[in-house]
Design a protein around this ligand. Structure first.
Ligand code: ATP
Length: 595
């Protein structure tokens, strides 16, 4: 018979399945775990030595005419046993710490490997702090439980087994009586397990929330936004709310098992009381010897203590299933864009780009960003993408390096579907210069060499010169060694884009995707970037999201996009003679724009 609401007493079966999977992470370190357990057992055996020594010495001293030598020998032996026990304690700590930290490092590595392989779409959807929280907070959430808790759980489970065996051997009737506490322990575990799981789930969720918030707010652009809108007080209040909520959840998680533990402690007292009553009855009726009752009571107390320790350990393990589950959810998120097994490498790409009947809809969007788009760009050609805002120009350019895969149609490089190519081969063939240049907080040298790690200074400087960066480098306090990026030396928008151009020059891709800046750069920067683009596009296929007159004038082909479709195509002159959207765009955007 199903008890109504019974499922609410326990965590769901699929959540429970996290346990064997989590245990799988311990498998490579089982030898280390077994050794640590041996150390624990040896220590508990050695713990009996002082008592035995006291007993032996007392017996010896109470014996008349006893010599002093045995006293010395026993004391030295007991001392040696204690030193050995201490050493074993050190070894045990090393083994458990190294075991848990190894598992944690494996987990962090696995999470990073998985996340870094995720598609751009995944990161568009997820909040940066949330992704970070999986690697930092969730892994930290399982850290404590892996080594010490599992070990003490094993140790106490072993004690439970041994004591139970002894109890049965001493008196099975009293053993049955002792086992009356079992249903209470089971119920305690159920209730405690459910509440600790939920509390830990909430804590991990709120930790992620806090990380997301901090990541957004305390980032340079976030702080600038906050300052410019005078939101300090409001943000302090918002943080205080998140902080309070996390504090409450942490307290709840800390208290989740307290009542259960207390109840188990009570059982620990009630058990021996019942035992004394029943045992007393059996002894008075000559059904049990006094010695057996005493021995049984001592073992039963140890049994109840071990049961309580096991239950507490088990509850901690159940609580840790919440962060484990969050980790597994992240690891199980499939790749939307993945490399096919047996993917090809293009040894010497020529740079022919084909877009064939491509339709693409962003996940969760009703309207398609691109529908039935076809275009061909020959090797070495310069193609300009133009169109009103939101027409799909950026989306189209992002399909070439496989930031996303289209739902239908195909994108080809030298006639080969890009989905057939290895990621490395595609990345080597396609270079991007985006509107928003992302620079690492590192030296200019490291930023430039990002595209080619083996480049020497001469090559770096040559690429920088091609990107018209000589004067910028000359003005930097430490030249190529100057740390740039958000928290380093601040470069202007135009200078940043030129660094991005130099980075791509070093990579030397056959296909270049260039998103011209829409923001107004000063005329010198503008001219420098245009000169650089001319230089950069020479000899390679260039697909430019065009905002400058000079670009459309020099383009071999112009594709005019509107609402995800190519509505016009041709050269500047051909398109102007056709009239339509291109003429409108030309008059409103390009004719007025700086050349
Ligand atoms: P702009 O010139 O303003 O940069 P665009 O022509 O490059 O515009 P896209 O950025 O390609 O246009 O956007 C095409 C459509 O897809 C727009 O309607 C936009 O709102 C939508 N879109 C773009 N990125 C996403 C995204 N990550 N998720 C959902 N929709 C998106």
């Amino acid at each position: 018979m199903r008890v109504p609401g019974a499922s609410r007493l326990w965590i769901s079966p699929e959540r429970r399945r996290a346990l064997p999977r989590a245990l799988g992470y311990l498998r490579p370190y089982r030898a280390r775990g077994a050794l640590a357990l041996l150390c624990v057992l040896a220590q508990s055996l050695l713990g009996a030595v002082p008592f035995l020594a006291v007993r032996a010495i007392t017996n010896h001293l109470t014996h008349p005419h006893g010599s002093f030598t045995p006293v010395l020998e026993i004391t030295v032996a007991a001392f040696a046993a204690m030193v050995l026990s201490g050493l074993l304690g050190v070894a045990e700590t090393y083994l458990t710490v190294s075991l848990s930290e190894s598992v944690v490092a494996d987990l962090r590595g696995q999470l990073f490997d998985h996340l870094v392989g995720q598609s751009v779409a995944y990161f568009t959807r997820s909040r940066a702090g949330d992704v970070m929280s999986r690697i930092v907070n969730d892994v930290a959430g399982v850290d404590d439980v892996i080594g010490s808790t599992s070990l003490s759980l094993l140790n106490s489970a072993l004690t439970v087994g041994v004591s139970l065996g002894l109890m049965v051997w001493l008196n099975w009737q009293l053993t049955l009586l002792t086992l009356l506490i079992a249903p209470f322990v089971a119920l305690g575990l159920r209730l405690g397990g459910r509440s600790i799981y939920r509390a830990r789930e909430r804590v991990q969720g709120e930790l992620a929330e806090l990380t997301v918030y901090l990541r957004e707010t305390l980032e340079l652009s976030g702080v600038m936004l906050l300052k410019s809108f005078g939101r300090e007080q409001r943000e302090r209040a918002r943080f205080a709310e998140l902080n309070r909520s996390l504090r409450d959840s942490e307290i709840e998680a800390g208290m989740a098992t307290r009542w259960i533990t207390m109840a188990l402690r009570l059982a620990q007292i009630i058990g021996p009381t019942l035992l004394l009553l029943a045992g007393g009855y059996l002894v008075t009726h000559h059904k049990l010897s006094l010695g057996s009752l005493l021995a049984f009571s001592m073992v039963a107390i140890r049994f109840a203590g071990a049961i309580q320790e096991s239950a507490t350990g088990l509850l901690e393990v159940i609580g840790s299933l919440a962060p484990w589950q969050r980790i597994f959810d992240t690891l199980d998120e499939p790749y939307e864009v993945s490399e096919r097994t047996g993917a090809r490498t293009l040894a010497q790409p020529r740079g022919a780009v084909g877009i064939e009947q491509v339709s693409f809809r962003y996940p969760g969007q009703r309207r398609a960003a691109l529908s039935g788009v076809s275009a061909a760009v020959e090797p070495g050609q310069l193609a300009a993408l133009v169109g009103p805002s939101g027409a799909g120009k950026t989306t189209l350019s992002h399909l070439i390096p496989r930031f996303y895969d289209p739902q239908s149609g195909s994108v080809t490089l030298d006639g080969v579907d890009v989905r057939e190519l290895t990621f490395a081969s595609l990345a080597a063939a396609v270079g991007l210069v985006l509107q928003e240049t992302f620079l690492l907080h590192a030296s200019l040298r490291e930023n430039l060499a990002y595209g080619r790690a083996d480049a020497d200074d001469a090559q770096l400087l040559a690429a920088a010169a091609q990107a018209n960066l000589q004067e910028v480098i000359a003005a930097l306090p430490d030249g190529l060694d100057t740390v740039i990026g958000e928290r380093g030396y601040r470069l202007s928008g135009g200078e940043k884009q030129r660094v991005a151009i130099a980075r791509v020059i070093l990579k030397d891709p056959r296909v270049l995707i260039f998103d011209e800046a829409t923001s107004h750069l000063d005329s010198v920067s503008e001219r420098l970037i245009q000169d650089t683009l001319a230089e950069l596009s020479r000899g390679r296929t260039s697909i430019v999201i065009a905002h400058r007159l000079s670009t459309i004038l020099s383009a071999d082909q112009i594709f005019v996009l509107e609402r995800g479709e190519i509505v016009q195509r041709g050269t500047h002159e051909q398109l102007l003679s056709q009239g339509g959207l291109y003429t409108q765009l030309y008059e409103s955007q390009f004719a007025a724009a700086p050349s």
